[in-house]
Design a protein around this ligand. Structure first.
Ligand SMILES: CCCCCCCCCCCCC/C=C/[C@@H](O)[C@H](COP(=O)(O)O)NC(=O)CCCCC
Ligand SMILES: Nc1ncnc2c1ncn2[C@@H]1O[C@H](COP(=O)(O)OP(=O)(O)O)[C@@H](O)[C@H]1O
Ligand SMILES: [Ca+2]
Length: 561
């Protein structure tokens, strides 16, 4: 059978225009805007005199990465007085009509910038023809948002949310003709409550939050609860199939960790995030629901951590005045206290077709694993495609003493840990990575923590286990029922003996047993015993996942087009 060839892009307009007093062949087709310098015969050097006329300095901008186009009012310096003034009408004949195209340019480290090119024409009709043709192409991009509801947390991170929005983001939205309603929050949970009960969501194409992971968490709680409420779904039932939210969420990073932004875009740069919103990117994301005895507690998308990360958070909340540095101080303090926690974890492992936590391949833009039918949309659908083993519900149970129990629904990459807590975790495969750090010496735990900051494998330690799961439960030992405790005493498994032996025999291990709480995306959970379930692709972000490095390192070439 013959393979279908993709249709070549449709040529829409082509003219010779000028850019910085040089002639350029400018072309617009349905996929790209391009401009190539036209080399004149006079410019030919002895080296290429017998060769074909070559176009030097070619530039290609995908139409989907054009931000806006505007007719440009040309100014030029007036002679003598050193001031700038409007070009007189008499000069209009000589290339003084111009239009400016703003577009996305990729720079280092996954950052995007807004770049501009101003092209000059000899007559106004041609200039307007160009502006209209480009605008028409932009109007076909219906995935782009036109109206956004923006919430700013003025106290997140270094208290710079309002300034970041006004100086870096609002001008980009206005250039892209996006209208906004902006709410500066006045208290914690203001945004959540407004979204849940008051906001007229039909008016908007998306919601934007300016702040950190805590602020994002408010937004998803508001949106998910509203969606379930509107559809009559009871969030308190842990086995409910949740309804996905239709509005996309944009994150302008202005918090302390900003891991959700970093792990979905590749940087914590407000301009980059604003541009991903403008071009209308869409990235589905898994969400964990957390219940206690059939009572809904919270949702989580990044880190759900008991023990070490729970204690870091509890301590850091008392140091909020320090800003993002609070996590470093509390991190060191918690590390030195070296507490361990006893309990039982049971989990439902995921099939290997959704990858494993030890994979070398990471979740990137257009990830094949997240596109698999098994990771498809909502829980109802993924139940259809979950394998027999998973359907049969072969739960595994692990009892023990742990320094940390972490569940990562995504990599949790952030500036502190550029590859994240679980580097191979996926944004939208319907699973979370459950990381168990058993009781070990301070020195070993430090080695494990430091590996989050370099290229070494943080799971390659005998006291660390990692599982890809769809659901899990945790019960701290002090909440276990008598029958559970009896079972535990009776067991005395080889593994258990092995690990308690490590601690008895390790002179450096001076752990002390303690109670902890869960760190849920930076918020403290009041319960230690919890049930967690991953809901595949419950929300969507204005993001595209982290782009492969080559996409922004290699410029577009003619053959690629
Ligand atoms: C002694 C060397 C220690 C090196 C440890 C490095 C490990 C860093 C892993 C970071 C994982 C971060 C997961 C993200 C969690 C956020 O959701 C949460 C809230 O963020 P925000 O609202 O923006 O403040 N942040 C944290 O819980 C901070 C954890 C920091 C631990 C040091
Ligand atoms: N106006 C406000 N006053 C006080 N707290 C707020 C306000 N708006 C939001 N919050 C809360 O601030 C906390 C931290 O917000 P976040 O933006 O994540 O900053 P950070 O990353 O520094 O923790 C969240 O729990 C959020 O609910
Ligand atoms: Ca996931």
């Amino acid at each position: 059978m013959q393979e279908k060839q993709p249709k070549p892009p449709l040529l829409l307009l082509s003219s010779q225009l000028s850019l910085q007093n040089r002639g350029y062949e400018v072309t617009l087709n349905s996929a790209f805007l391009s401009w190539k310098e036209v080399e004149t015969r006079q410019k030919r050097t002895a080296a290429n005199i017998y060769g074909p006329l070559k176009a030097a300095g070619s530039h290609y901008v995908p139409v989907c990465e054009i931000i806006s186009v505007q007719e440009t009012e040309e100014d030029c310096p007036s002679t003598g007085i050193g001031k700038w003034q409007k070009v007189p009408q008499s000069l209009a004949e000589s290339n003084q009509y111009a239009f400016t195209v703003s577009y996305v340019e990729r720079t280092q480290k996954h950052r995007w910038r807004c770049s501009e090119v101003t092209l000059h024409c000899t007559d106004r009709t041609l200039c307007l023809q160009w502006v209209q043709a480009i605008r028409e192409q932009l109007s076909l991009l219906t995935i782009r948002p036109k109206r956004l509801l923006v919430y700013i947390n003025p106290y997140g991170g270094k208290h710079r949310g309002k300034r970041i929005y006004e100086q870096k983001v609002a001008p980009i939205f206005s250039r892209a003709s996006i209208s906004t309603d902006v709410i500066i929050t006045e208290r914690a949970n203001h945004a959540r409550d407004h979204l849940k009960t008051e906001a007229d969501l039909k008016k908007y194409d998306g919601v934007v939050c300016v702040g950190g992971d805590g602020m994002f968490s408010e937004i998803i709680h508001g949106l998910i609860s509203r969606t379930q409420c509107d559809s009559g779904v009871d969030q308190n039932r842990a086995d409910e199939t949740l309804i996905p939210c239709s509005l996309r969420i944009g994150i302008i990073p202005a918090g302390s960790t900003d891991c959700i932004c970093y792990a979905t875009v590749g940087s914590n740069d407000p301009v980059t995030s604003a541009l991903h919103i403008v071009v209308g990117d869409s990235q589905p994301m898994d969400v964990c629901s957390i219940h206690h005895n059939n009572t809904f507690l919270r949702y989580s998308v990044s880190l759900l951590g008991y023990g070490f990360y729970g204690d870091v958070l509890t301590d850091s909340e008392r140091k909020r005045w320090m800003g993002p540095a609070r996590y470093d101080i509390s991190g060191v303090k918690t590390f030195l206290s070296h507490h361990y926690y006893e309990g039982t974890i049971s989990f439902l492992p995921a099939d290997e077709n959704v990858g494993t936590p030890r994979d070398k391949l990471q979740c990137r833009s257009g990830c094949n694993i997240c596109r698999l039918p098994s990771a498809d949309k909502q829980v109802s659908k993924d139940e259809e495609s979950i394998s027999d083993t998973e359907k049969k519900g072969v739960w595994q149970v692990i009892r023990g003493k742990f320094l940390a129990i972490n569940a990562a629904c995504m990599s949790c990459a952030c500036p502190r840990s550029p590859k994240g807590l679980s580097p191979a975790a996926h944004l939208a495969n319907g699973t979370a990575d459950l990381i168990l750090v058993r009781k070990c010496s301070r020195f070993d735990f430090l080695r494990h923590l430091l590996r989050h900051t370099n290229k070494d494998d943080q799971f390659d330690h005998p006291f660390v286990e990692v599982y890809r799961v769809r659901q899990f439960r945790f019960t701290p030992r002090y909440e276990e029922t008598d029958s559970e405790l009896e079972l535990r005493e009776a067991e005395g498994s080889g593994r258990k003996r092995f690990f308690s032996q490590i601690c008895r025999e390790h002179p450096a291990c001076t752990c002390s047993l303690a109670h902890s709480s869960w760190n849920c995306d930076g918020e403290i959970l009041p319960h230690a015993a919890i049930q967690v379930r991953v809901h595949c692709q419950l929300i969507k972000l204005f993001a595209r996942g982290i782009e492969e490095q080559s996409v922004f390192e290699e410029p577009y070439t003619l053959s690629a087009i």
